[in-house]
Design a protein around this ligand. Structure first.
Ligand SMILES: O=C(O)CCC(=O)C(=O)O
Ligand SMILES: [Fe+2]
Length: 259
């Protein structure tokens, strides 16, 4: 969870079995009909359907439950195709549109049924960008940020993204069609201690939450750490948690006292 809060993503390599990946490649090209906004998982994906079996894979189910809790709603889903030698990349963007929440987040599951090589148009993302509020493609003008991640992964990889993470489909310079199936989930419960919190006091938690990324500015980059502290407080309920006492020192709100 600390890794997710610091990076804005969590990657599970090759967790989907080969038979399911082959099945997905067989139908993703035809697209997947939409489901109404806010559908329960059981309504959107009946027992036995591909998406339901994907969500029932223990590693996927566990990660989803830890991040958004039980019974999330399906915001939307889509198949994203990067066409062979398409010649252009998708502009960098956040999928959030306008979102001012500080104590809740959606997650986007991204499933890659094939091996994705460097030239196949894997998803570009900017680690640590999820708490830097932007609105949709306003970041599209930025190219090649230092520390960006160009997804290369084995077949059956699932990546969970915080909804604010800056990302975009890269240009596919290969001869292969690249498929990705995405589902966005809205939590229906408060996102507090939904994961195995037995290691909360481990010093590696604070270490992980202090991660900085090469594109951060010396001053404004600290705001990312600050916002992570706020998110960590919200996720754990520990209102005294801090790193470098940056949040603590600006928490005072003295009230004028009338004699
Ligand atoms: O195709 C991709 O890799 C990314 C697609 C995308 O940005 C999205 O699903 O919102
Ligand atoms: Fe996107």
């Amino acid at each position: 969870m600390a890794h997710f809060v610091a990076h804005g993503s969590l990657r599970l390599d090759a967790v989907v079995p080969a038979e399911m990946n082959a099945e997905a490649i067989g139908f993703l090209g035809r697209g997947v009909p939409g489901v109404p906004y806010g559908s329960a998982v059981a309504d959107a994906y009946p027992e036995g359907s591909f998406a339901r079996r994907l969500l029932d894979i223990p590693a996927v189910a566990g990660a989803l439950r830890s991040l958004v809790g039980p019974d999330p709603r399906v915001d939307h889903h889509a198949v994203h195709v990067r066409e062979p030698r398409e010649g252009a990349a998708q502009p960098l963007h956040g999928d959030a549109i306008i979102d001012v929440r500080t104590d809740a987040f959606d997650v986007q599951l991204m499933y890659y049924p094939q091996d994705v090589t460097l030239d196949m148009g894997g998803t570009l993302s900017v680690p640590g960008s999820h708490l830097r509020r932007t609105n949709e493609t306003d970041t599209g003008r930025y190219q090649n940020l230092l520390g960006q991640s160009r997804l290369v992964c084995p077949a059956g990889t699932v990546v969970f993204l915080h909804h604010g993470l800056w990302h975009g489909g890269r240009r596919n310079d290969s001869d292969a069609v690249r498929y990705m199936f995405k589902i966005r989930f809205n939590p229906t419960v408060r996102q507090r201690r939904l994961w195995d919190t037995s290691a909360l006091g481990d010093p590696r938690v604070a270490e992980e939450l202090s991660t900085t990324f090469p594109w951060y500015e010396p001053a404004t980059g600290r705001l990312e750490i600050y916002n992570r502290v706020l998110l960590w407080r919200s996720l754990t309920g520990d209102e005294s948690f801090d790193l470098e006492h940056w949040v603590t020192r600006v928490s005072n709100r003295p009230q004028e006292r009338v004699a």
